[in-house]
Ligand binder design. Structure first.
Ligand code: GTP
Ligand code: MG
Length: 448
């Protein structure tokens, strides 16, 4: 199937592509909220390199089936788009395939909705095979019912502005069938990738897993970088990260704590995207702890929290413990807010991902969370038992070593229950959790 996307249009022109935004305010809805939604839509378009020339907002009692808006308003949109020579008219509401067609005919412009814009960003940012496959499935599913409109739309772009219409029902049927076949093929590939990832996760089953989640652009990648002292930089772009990146917080820590950074969330995240990104989000569902990162410099940060929690529920990660991290505190001009947040979200931490001291506190916080769940016990292992010994060295925090009367090495350790189960036959003593010595999960030589 022939495809053309916003960014292709952008790159084929010397001037940045332009758009007019359209928002609709129904009775009972807040204007402030709509303004925020339109600001966000503008950032999304900015990520695609599309400049917004103007906005049109209409108050309505109900939405019109044919075009959402009244004909007078559609004429106004057409005029505004023409006066700025804008290529796109972008609606903040979901448009049905016939609505897109009608609006395109009436405005003589390309019409998109928010879901279409998000899908474009995802396909622009997908890097790995897994992300690319997931995005392609979501796009095809989005396009499938729109194929009549989409086809003429693609033809028009390919033909350099000539409006060609009516590919004929037969052609549309062929395209739909091809799209369905392609989806089935991609789904099979995705299942295969998912199986491989599951095997990799199984190999990490004795390690502790922390997943960083949150609204897009909240600072997840930046925090990941600071927590692991790595060099992956965050980007001021929406959906800069689409693939899951996994790294140990500190490779010397035992048990090892793995941190994963993943795709951000947004309001009205297209359902097909959530569905197809489920395999990327397996990492989140199977985590022992979530770091829920919130950009607290954004005034409606509570909306972002609510939306993130909704998506977590939707992907089956609603029950994983969450540690709230209020980020970008350096941008706050309200000195009271950190205290308010602490009271409203007990156990939360307010910080700047760029402050090493505050990030160190967060790291300790994470260690503290896991320390509570570790079990203390001692094992006696003969030095010929290499597999068991490497399990101890790789997965346990060793508090003390000794030898017993038979010459076996005795380790006083703390580990996860999963590791303890693997070392069961070597256990000589199981300590009461409460009486176990409080000890850092980092070895003594770690000084920061
Ligand atoms: N001032 C300030 N900026 C920050 C902080 N943390 C992150 N940023 C900036 O916020 C922007 C987004 O950061 P990222 O780390 O890419 O955000 P993300 O959550 O990974 O975003 P996506 O992957 O797009 O969902 C970047 O420009 C960062 O430099 C912070 O604590 N203070
Ligand atoms: Mg990121």
């Amino acid at each position: 199937m022939e495809e053309s996307t916003i960014q292709e249009v952008v790159s084929s022109q010397s001037e940045p592509a332009g758009a007019i935004l359209v928002g609709i305010l129904l009775s009972g809805e807040s204007f402030e909220k709509l303004k925020e939604d339109l600001d966000e839509l503008e950032s999304l378009l900015d990520t695609l390199g599309v400049r917004v020339h103007g906005r049109i907002v209409q108050k309505r009692h109900r939405l019109t089936a044919k075009t959402l808006l009244g004909t007078g308003k559609v004429d106004e949109i057409k005029e505004l788009a023409e006066s700025y020579n804008a290529d796109w008219v972008v609606f903040d509401r979901a448009l049905s395939p016939p609505q897109v067609r009608n609006l395109e005919e009436m405005t003589c412009k390309s019409v998109m909705d928010r879901t279409g814009v998000i899908l474009e960003i995802f396909s622009k940012h997908a890097r790995t095979n897994q992300a690319k496959t997931q995005v392609e499935i979501a796009r095809l599913e989005y396009l499938l019912p729109r194929l009549t409109g989409a086809w003429t739309h693609f033809q028009r772009q390919a033909g350099g502005g000539v409006r060609s219409r009516g590919m004929g029902e037969k052609q549309i049927e062929i395209d739909r069938r091809r799209a369905r076949e392609r989806i089935a093929k991609l789904q099979k590939q995705l299942d295969q990738i998912r199986k491989e990832k599951q095997t990799q996760r199984k190999a990490r089953s004795q390690e502790l897993k922390v997943a960083i989640v949150g609204y897009t652009n909240s600072g997840k990648t930046t925090l990941m970088k600071s927590l692991t002292r790595a060099t992956v930089a965050g980007k001021n772009e929406l959906f800069a990260t689409l693939d899951t990146n996994i790294k140990a917080i500190d490779p010397r820590t035992r048990p090892k704590i793995l941190l994963s950074d993943t795709v951000g969330f947004i309001r009205n995240l297209p359902h097909s995207l959530v569905e197809s990104f489920k395999s990327t989000l397996d990492e989140v569902r199977e985590a022992d702890l979530l770091l829920h990162v919130v950009d607290v410099s954004y005034h409606s940060y509570e909306d972002h929290i609510r939306i993130t929690r909704q998506v977590l529920e939707e992907i089956g990660a609603g029950d994983v413990p969450q540690l709230m991290v209020f980020n970008k505190s350096d941008l706050l001009d309200d000195p009271i807010l950190p205290r308010v947040l602490k009271a409203a979200y007990p156990g939360s931490q307010t910080l700047s991902a760029n402050s090493p001291e505050e990030v160190n506190q967060l790291r300790d916080h994470i260690y503290g969370f896991f320390r509570k769940n570790l079990v203390s016990y001692s094992v006696a292992i003969d030095i010929s038992e290499q597999t068991a010994l490497s399990k101890v060295y790789n997965n346990c925090l060793i508090l003390k070593t000794d030898y017993d009367e038979t010459g076996k090495m005795v380790f006083y350790v703390q580990s996860t229950r999963a590791t303890m189960a693997k070392l069961r036959k070597y256990i000589v003593e199981l300590e009461d959790d409460e009486s176990s010595e409080e000890k850092s999960m980092e070895p003594d030589y770690v000084t920061d």
